[in-house]
Write a protein that binds this ligand. Structure first.
Ligand code: PLP
Length: 391
């Protein structure tokens, strides 16, 4: 790699793009503006309103799961995913080292012990060949993550969980619309948690959902997310009660009706938005394959990717320089997730040496812009900038 090339913008050469090509942009259209406006004017703007219920129903049909419980973030959905089980303090949860803090913090928030697990060096997904080595007498759960939208190997993870009688929380924050072995992600774990944050393929601004086929879990979540009250059933089935009751502890994790409304219109175009992402990914792959020292993330066998992220794997020693060089050309790129054990809060849980897959993936990964509103010109500029730097 010729880092001294004078044609590169980082070395004083001409930029590929004067206007920066952004790395993320939510896709919002007239239907979203209209439904938000209509919902605001309806004055039903507080939590768990009719639009939230409709979004939940439509999303459950889309995913093929029984219960979808809309919440204010995936972080709170993850926290509740552990809370519903009332695991004893100090029980252990196996969590990938390469994930966002929310996956692990949810266990910590429930006084559970986080046990970090290594991931594959070519896609950041839980390394299933190592999974059983982390199981002890105290293990109660596994958290699996679909990094970048690429499904984790859920059939193998569920088989291990069944053998050891473990609960599986599937962090599908990034994988809405991805398919694993013929079924949408969200159908495989005991519970799954989606994110609708502004960077995600389907966005409600901020937001998340816990999804499950388990009736008992769903009933408890309805109470926990609504301050420990039975308001949900009161609203749904208010035959002879004049009030709702405080039946448990809980917190306020319901979503505003405005966010629910956005979920409806976003869901209507989700498959189209994902297909636009796929077109970009296919274009990048066609144009960038064969470049020396540049690889792509491996997609799990038997799965269909929603292309939440497009990652390239580059030489570790040049990764930050490549990121800076791309930015200098006007193309925003980014590194992602510093492995949990490299962060202050998790630093005593593992070392670089016992997380070799996680470190290798982290050290090689760079993300390129991918979103439905990325124009044809911008897509070309991304390719041009990468080729310029690698040649
Ligand atoms: C894997 C993963 N889990 C959880 C979250 C948290 O999502 P939210 O921002 O909706 O709380 C994120 C956020 O990006 C994520 O990437």
């Amino acid at each position: 790699m010729n880092t001294g090339n004078k044609n590169l913008a980082i070395n004083g050469g001409k930029k590929v793009s004067e206007a920066p090509v952004l790395i993320h942009k939510p896709y919002l259209d007239e239907a979203d503006f209209k439904i938000a406006d209509k919902t605001l004017r309806s004055t039903f703007i507080s939590g768990d309103g009719p639009e939230c219920r409709e979004f939940e129903k439509k999303l459950s049909e889309y995913l093929g799961v029984k219960h979808v419980l809309f919440m204010n973030s995936a972080t709170t959905a993850l926290e509740i995913a552990f809370r519903v089980k009332n695991f004893p303090h100090g029980a252990e949860v196996i969590c990938p080292d390469f994930t966002y803090t929310s996956t692990a913090v949810a266990a910590a928030y429930n006084n559970l012990k986080i046990v970090l697990a290594d991931v594959y060096p070519d896609n950041g997904s839980l390394d299933v060949s190592k999974l059983e080595s982390y199981i002890t007498k105290k293990t109660v759960a596994i958290a699996a993550v679909d990094y970048g939208g690429i499904p984790a190997e859920m059939d193998r993870i569920m088989a291990i969980a069944k053998k050891h009688d473990l609960y599986v929380v599937h962090d599908t924050a990034q994988s809405i619309g991805s398919v694993y072995k013929g079924k949408k992600t969200g159908c495989q774990g005991h519970v799954s948690t989606f994110s609708f944050h502004g960077t995600k393929n389907l966005t409600t601004g901020e937001g998340g959902a816990l999804v499950t086929d388990d009736d008992a879990i769903a009933e408890r979540v309805k109470i926990l997310r609504e301050k420990g009250t039975d308001k949900y059933s009161f609203l749904t089935d208010n035959k002879d009660r004049g009030y709702y009751e405080y039946v448990d502890i809980g917190n306020s994790y319901v979503q505003s009706n405005i966010n629910g409304a956005l979920g409806i219109t976003q869901l209507e175009k989700l498959d189209w938005m994902n297909s636009e992402r796929k077109k970009i990914a296919e274009y990048y792959k066609k144009e960038l394959s064969g470049i020396k020292d540049l690889d792509f993330m491996r997609i799990t066998e038997g799965s269909d990717h929603n292309w939440h992220l497009f990652g390239i794997l580059v030489p570790a020693e040049h990764r930050y320089w490549i990121m800076d060089a791309l930015r200098a050309e006007g193309v925003m790129s980014n590194v992602h997730y510093t492995p949990l054990h490299r962060n202050k809060y998790y630093k005593d849980l593992a070392t670089d040496e016992n997380m070799p897959g996680s470190m290798k993936f982290f050290n090689r990964l760079l993300r390129l812009p991918i979103y439905p509103s990325l124009t044809e010109t911008e897509r070309r500029l991304v390719v041009e900038a990468v080729k310029k730097i690698f040649n």
